[in-house]
Design a protein around this ligand. Structure first.
Ligand SMILES: Nc1ncnc2c1ncn2[C@@H]1O[C@H](COP(=O)(O)OP(=O)(O)OP(=O)(O)O)[C@@H](O)[C@H]1O
Ligand SMILES: [Mg+2]
Length: 466
């Protein structure tokens, strides 16, 4: 992966110059013109090196340096200074800036300093990442840490909120991506871990029941209320309350919840007493809350109140690197629990698993492995056990028009056979070309064509390695 260099300078000319020259050197560049935007980005992402101007419109470079060092002490920060600012440059060095370059920037010197900064700190960075990663997952054995950058950012947010604060968290993501797992991780890695983690599925209960579940009720509050009952908010005191499928919560309950979040107190149904609680609320949804807000099905004020910290858990198909570690984990888990002897997977199984689209995400992967371990014998999970997935992947790859023709009766106006078959041919050639990583002889062999025929088709369809 290319090292990411963050450039913070209010002069557009300098930003453009640095961006162009550093990109040419093979670095990936992000640029910012002021301190606030930079710090906002830094709260979500981790660059490998920072080039920081001493004079910014909204705050001084020294202030940015201080905040940055608090967040990530290991990142080298190179100050950009004017000759007249040597005093401040010295101050920056005391604050652990890595080095400084003077304006006008001398390219040679800049590149040397950047290379040195990246070099000297790559070791420090590795150990920082390891210690932070292992910190968070220390003692946690039922969660496979993700290697994806997006998920790493989520973990780093989870770390930041691990003090016992009651900051509300909203977790969004498709079904089966691991939202419950993240909610639980937030609780278990926080100062609240000794206290209860309670959860309620807002979709599973009718409005009035959900209300009394959350807030509790007094004796006689309604017909069935024969006894006083404590609500989950009270029971979760000092701990965490997880509201799953918050998108399904009735508007009347939303109003009450908003009040709780604002005042951290509430009354039981049918009661007068105001009860104060200290609870972290984590809400999750696989629906797009913004759309629900637009449709009037979800309160806008509550939406903003919930997403103080907003985590989007990405689908499994966009973090394919996690597929094999998760598979290994589930293989071991089910092998043990079903007294089977699965140890590993063969290469073709790996291919099938990586290529499949996983619409049901991690839950689907877990179920596939569970079923395979149950039905087949070890010690190797073979590709042939996963035929069903393979067929589905293949069907997915088929051009849509072709799929429609295969499934439905042929339309009255007829079809264009050549173009349809051409689409099929194109997708197969593309597949072979990708599998062969652009090696034409290999792709030709896969397709059973000679190289001339393959070349002709590559040209005809404009195929490039994807
Ligand atoms: N990182 C992980 N390591 C191990 N197992 C995981 C991981 N992430 C998710 N799982 C497993 O995948 C399954 C689905 O995860 P989870 O229930 O958290 O998904 P979800 O996003 O809450 O889904 P839904 O929207 O349907 O509620 C669970 O059985 C969970 O244990
Ligand atoms: Mg869930």
């Amino acid at each position: 992966m290319k090292p990411v260099i963050m450039v913070i300078d209010d002069e557009q000319a300098i930003r453009l110059f640095l961006e162009a020259t550093l990109q040419d050197e093979g670095y990936s560049i992000v640029t910012f013109a002021n301190g606030a935007d930079s710090l906002d980005w830094l709260s979500r992402s981790v660059p490998d090196l920072v080039l920081l101007d001493l004079m910014l419109p909204d705050m001084s470079g020294i202030q940015v340096l201080e905040s940055l060092k608090k967040l990530y002490s290991h990142i080298p920060v190179v100050m950009i200074t004017a000759y007249s600012q040597t005093d401040t440059a010295v101050q920056a060095m005391k604050l652990d800036a890595f080095d400084y370059v003077n304006k006008p920037i001398e390219l040679d010197r800049l590149l040397k300093v950047v290379a040195k900064g990246l070099d000297e700190t790559s070791e420090a960075r590795e150990s920082y990442q390891q210690s932070h990663q292992s910190d968070l997952f220390h003692g946690i054995q039922d969660v496979v840490p993700s290697g994806s950058e997006h998920m790493q950012n989520i973990y780093s947010t989870v770390r930041k909120i691990s003090g016992g604060s009651s900051t509300t968290v909203l977790i969004e993501g498709e079904s089966g991506v691991g939202k419950d797992v993240i909610a639980n991780l937030i609780h278990r890695t926080s100062a609240r871990e000794e206290f209860p983690f309670l959860e309620v599925n807002c979709a599973a209960l009718p409005e009035s029941l959900l209300e009394s579940e959350l807030f509790g009720h007094e004796k006689g509050a309604f017909t069935d209320a024969v006894n006083q009952k404590m609500g989950l908010l009270e029971l979760a005191h000092s701990g965490t309350l997880f509201l799953d499928e918050i998108g399904e919560m009735a508007l009347t309950v939303q109003v009450k919840l908003l009040r709780v979040l604002e005042k951290m107190s509430f009354g039981r149904v049918g009661g007068m007493e105001e009860i104060s609680v200290d609870v972290r609320i984590i809400a999750a949804t696989n629906r797009d809350l913004r759309t629900l807000v637009r449709q009037g099905a979800f309160r806008e004020d509550l939406y903003y109140r919930l997403k103080v910290v907003d985590l989007h858990v990405p689908p499994l198909r966009s973090r394919k690197m996690d597929i094999l570690p998760l598979t290994q984990f589930f293989l071991k888990k089910y092998s043990t629990s079903m007294a089977k002897n699965f140890k590993d997977l063969d290469a073709s199984a790996k291919e099938v698993l990586k290529h499949y689209n996983w619409p049901g995400n991690i839950r689907e992967l877990k179920n596939v492995i569970e079923r395979t371990v149950l039905l087949e014998d070890g010690p190797i999970l073979k590709g042939e056990y996963l035929k069903k997935l393979q067929i589905e992947s293949f069907a997915e790859d088929l051009p849509q028009r072709l799929k429609e023709c295969l499934v439905n009766p042929l339309p009255d106006e007829g079809i264009d056979l050549e173009s349809l078959v051409g689409e099929l041919e194109q997708s197969l050639v593309q597949k072979a070309y990708d599998a062969a990583r652009g090696n034409q002889s290999l792709a030709a062999r896969i397709l059973g064509l000679n190289r001339d025929k393959l070349r002709y088709r590559i040209k005809q369809y404009g195929i490039k390695e994807s």
